[in-house]
Design a protein around this ligand. Structure first.
Ligand code: GLV
Ligand code: MN
Ligand code: MN
Length: 406
């Protein structure tokens, strides 16, 4: 079996480790995540890595001493996920270590499976990599999941140590670089006919929870002109948000979650709660859009005599990949005989947090139809083979460069 085929087979095996039968859901610090870490730890050991978990639950395999070239991605998933978003980068890292088994390198190699990138169980951004980058906010430990389980308790049950999360932080000098391989999750490489692409920057994001509170009432008796329907207010605002984002080049705005109370056929909705996710490559454009979306929500609420609650849930700035390191990755693509395609990432990645402590580079692999965050996510063995070839060339060139430097 080729290395690429072995990586895909491991992605398939990992894709079976889920919180729910019939669909892939693997959130932070769940028993499914425990199984995933244990399975990947076994593969890391087979590849000759010494394995440990840090206090936040990140899985770390290491070979060698001193400063490390870190390869990685995340092992958590969204709800009803595909099997490649995250795991492909971790398992490609393990495969690279296997390929470089006998190569004398002037730096250590590390493969990291971050415990939470998606922020599905708790409303956080890049939780695992933030812990590694020393940017974990201690207040996160008090966040509760949908079942009321505090993050600190979940982490303790998982085997981590909420009192020692700060110990997961790595000092900037410890890392030579952070390089992440990831599926593109969009259609650009497919359109350009290229198997891989070098990422130029990762878009900034703003997350918010938005609530409209009106008045519940009888669906049969309250006349239409006497209603304060929270769901109608939410619906009007969602469509306004869509129109606003369509109007501004490169802006994306998504309401991915909507909860309605009391949620009965014959009761006028008294409350609607929504999630908001807004992204753009320019932080100024994103922030202006957020201000306008909030203004629009205030206008809708006033017009419909409902109350608005707007709770900011964090933002991350746009992060460029490191130019020199990305040039080396581009050189590796060219050396592999492939066209050098460059593209920005609209999706968030652990590199955003890791950029605080290391130069970062990212290699995207073409995915079928640009489909991601969906069970139909798919990559070809041939494209993964190209990506592994590029990663190996990149690591070897980095080793030569490091050896040449005094
Ligand atoms: C993670 O995949 C994100 O971009 O939300
Ligand atoms: Mn994702
Ligand atoms: Mn991802």
């Amino acid at each position: 079996m080729s290395t690429a085929a072995a990586v895909l087979e491991r992605c398939a095996r990992l894709g079976l480790l889920s919180e729910e039968p019939g669909r892939l859901v693997r959130r932070y610090a769940t028993p499914a995540m425990r199984e995933a870490n244990d399975l990947v730890a076994g593969w890391m050991r087979e590849a000759g890595l010494a394995v440990r978990e840090d206090a936040a639950g990140n899985l770390i395999g290491r070979r060698g001493d001193g400063r490390a070239l870190v390869l990685g991605s995340h092992l958590d998933t969204v709800i009803d996920a595909g099997r490649y978003d995250g795991p492909l980068g971790v398992l490609a890292g393990v495969a690279l270590v296997e390929r470089l088994r006998d190569a004398p390198l002037p730096f250590a190699l590390e493969v990291v499976g971050f415990a939470d990138e998606e922020g599905v169980r708790y409303p956080t951004s890049f939780l695992g990599s933030s812990a590694m980058a020393g940017r974990f906010a201690p207040a996160w430990l008090r966040l509760a999941d949908a079942d009321g389980v505090a993050m600190a308790d979940a982490l303790r049950a998982f085997g981590g140590d909420p009192d020692a999360v700060a110990s997961a932080a790595r000092a900037p000098g410890e890392l030579v670089a952070y390089c992440e391989l990831h599926i593109e999750q969009g259609p650009v490489l497919e359109r350009r006919g290229a198997p891989v692409g070098v990422v130029t920057a990762i878009s900034g994001q703003t997350h918010a929870r938005v609530g409209f509170r009106g008045e519940a009432g009888h669906a049969g008796t309250v006349p239409m002109d006497a209603r304060r329907d929270a769901l109608c207010a939410a619906a009007e605002w969602v469509l306004a948000a869509e129109a606003l984002a369509r109007d501004r080049p490169g802006l994306v705005a998504t309401v991915g979650r909507l909860e309605v109370d009391p949620g009965a056929r014959n009761v006028i909705p008294g409350e609607a709660r929504l999630s908001l996710d807004v992204r753009h490559g320019s932080d100024a454009v994103r922030r202006e859009a957020i201000a306008d979306l909030r203004g629009e929500a205030q206008r809708v609420a006033a017009a419909r005599a409902v109350q608005l609650a707007w709770e900011a849930h964090g933002e991350t700035a746009a992060v460029p990949t490191e130019p020199q390191l990305s040039e080396r990755l581009a050189d590796a693509v060219a050396a592999a005989g492939r066209p050098v395609e460059r593209l920005p990432s609209g999706a968030g990645h652990d590199g955003v947090a890791m950029a605080a402590i290391a130069p970062i580079a990212m290699l995207f692999v073409r995915c079928a139809g640009g489909i991601s965050h969906h069970p139909a996510e798919s990559v070809s063995e041939a494209d993964v083979a190209v990506a592994l070839d590029v990663l190996e060339r990149f690591a070897r060139a980095l080793a030569c460069g490091a050896a040449e430097r005094p």
